[in-house]
Design a binder for this molecule. Structure first.
Ligand SMILES: *[C@@H]1O[C@H](CO)[C@@H](O)[C@H](O)[C@H]1NC(C)=O
Ligand SMILES: *[C@@H]1O[C@H](CO)[C@@H](O)[C@H](O)[C@H]1NC(C)=O
Ligand SMILES: *[C@@H]1O[C@H](CO)[C@@H](O)[C@H](O)[C@H]1NC(C)=O
Length: 420
């Protein structure tokens, strides 16, 4: 640990020297809790512009999302001026002057003036997934440009340009950008996005990534039978995908379960999927919080329903995601047929977050026992219901509840002795 800290200090002093060496662990010391905010892609694709982003910022300021912690406003693909190969468009990368007539720096200033952070997107190839010019050969220059604009977050997407590249090459292109960002001296959160391929969790943290996707794109479905179009992961697929990867996730380096589908209601112009019910969206939000995924809203915040806003702004659920201890929840119990699971995790104050997840199609009884399921020797414990906002207990027997189909009941358990 001390070694990483010393290295991090050395990096910030002599960042450009490190950029030349290309070895050793990189650490920008950012994102000690998962990033929270909004990203443009799931709803708008590349149809983004200054008016939309400013309206998004204004709305998130007024409707409470900013207050709840959603402060990153991230432009995804499509902000760039040119389509085609970067080598045909040499020189500094530019924003589309029609979509962003005042440029990105003025937009970043606007975001910062309102207490938000601005994120941007690009990729390591000649072009990006949507066909805009990538950063190939211009990594250091682009990092400097983004830093000069006041950018706070980069999603660097190799899913299309490096889909068939060897793992070592995928690692090298992400490391190059990571070094380039650190060399700018500006704190820029680095999302290394490779759609859950190349065992990215094995190496991305040491290459300075603050988060990486663990799977292909999410679809706007809770549980679609089969693998949608052989590519998309629904909510339960993504959860299962992450279940064996929790050891890679922690402060500053998170497994990313992909952007939130809450509020898309099957109307996304980009994602496949027919939408989910309010209960299912709530379960999805609870579970992303339990496993410490970054929480990036994908829906149009200007038209979110009351139910979606209530889901997204549950401070007691968000606290599980933002807990400083940074331990992702693991499965502590599951039914033989996997139709129900209990996820649990320890929190900074020694309490435990617990989610009882009913994956099946009918209501069922579920129960939790700290001794049996969490292997903690508590005699008496209290239960806080994080969706009903009620205190229960104390109990010295297992605590049981009814859980509806596709519902997650989420609780915070604490030892009565710890409180005494
Ligand atoms: C990076 O540094 C932070 C503290 O500054 C630490 O919590 C985190 O674990 C470090 N990341 C890695 C990959 O070592
Ligand atoms: C900005 O983008 C939004 C969302 O795609 C669109 O509805 C709107 O017409 C655009 N506005 C301008 C000025 O281009
Ligand atoms: C997780 O690991 C277990 C045990 O090694 C294995 O049985 C299971 O298939 C794995 N799950 C996934 C989704 O990879």
């Amino acid at each position: 640990m001390a070694f990483f800290k010393i290295l991090a200090i050395a990096l910030s002093i002599a960042a450009s020297a490190v950029a030349q060496t290309g070895t050793g662990a990189l650490n920008n010391s950012l994102s000690l809790t998962p990033a929270m905010g909004w990203s443009s892609w799931n709803q708008f694709g590349d149809s983004i512009n200054e008016t939309l982003i400013k309206e998004t910022i204004d709305t998130m300021e007024k409707n409470g999302l900013k207050e709840a912690g959603f402060t990153y406003v991230n432009l995804d693909d499509g902000w760039q001026r040119y389509k085609g190969n970067r080598k045909d468009h040499p020189g500094p990368i530019e924003a589309d002057p029609v979509k962003f007539p005042n440029g990105i720096k003025s937009l970043a200033d606007y975001a910062h003036s309102k207490g938000f952070k601005l994120g941007i997107y690009n990729g390591p190839g000649e072009n990006t997934c949507a066909g805009y010019t990538g950063s190939k050969g211009y990594e250091a220059e682009d990092a400097k440009t983004w830093a000069s604009w006041g950018i706070d977050h980069l999603k660097y997407d190799s899913c299309c340009s490096h889909k068939d590249a060897p793992d070592s090459e995928v690692q090298a292109v992400h490391r190059k950008m990571s070094e380039s960002l650190i060399a700018t001296g500006r704190p820029i959160v680095f999302h290394a996005c490779h759609c859950g391929w190349a065992d990215i969790w094995e190496w991305a943290a040491a290459d300075g990534a603050n988060q990486w996707r663990i799977g292909q794109d999410i679809s706007d479905d809770f549980n679609y039978p089969g693998n949608r179009e052989k590519y998309y992961f629904d909510v339960l697929d993504m959860l299962d995908r992450g279940a064996n990867l929790t050891k890679y996730s922690g402060p500053g380096h998170w497994n990313d379960y992909d952007m939130l589908i809450v509020g898309l209601e099957g109307k996304s112009g980009q994602l496949v999927g027919t939408g989910a019910s309010d209960i299912e969206y709530r379960t999805h939000f609870s579970m992303w919080s339990m496993v410490n995924s970054p929480l990036l809203i994908g829906a149009d915040v200007r038209t979110l329903s009351r139910a979606s806003l209530e889901t997204l702004m549950n401070q007691e659920i968000i606290a599980l995601n933002q807990d400083p201890l940074g331990l992702p929840a693991v499965v502590v119990w599951e039914a033989d047929d996997k139709s129900a699971q209990i996820y649990g995790k320890e929190l900074q104050d020694k309490s435990y977050g617990v989610a009882m997840l009913n994956r099946g199609s009918s209501t069922r009884e579920m129960s939790i026992s700290p001794r049996r399921d969490l292997t903690i020797p508590w005699d008496e414990y209290r239960v806080r219901d994080l969706w009903r906002h009620k205190d229960r207990g104390p109990y010295d027997v297992p605590f049981g509840v009814e859980v509806m189909a596709h519902e997650a009941r989420v609780f915070r358990l604490s030892n009565v002795e710890d409180a005494a």
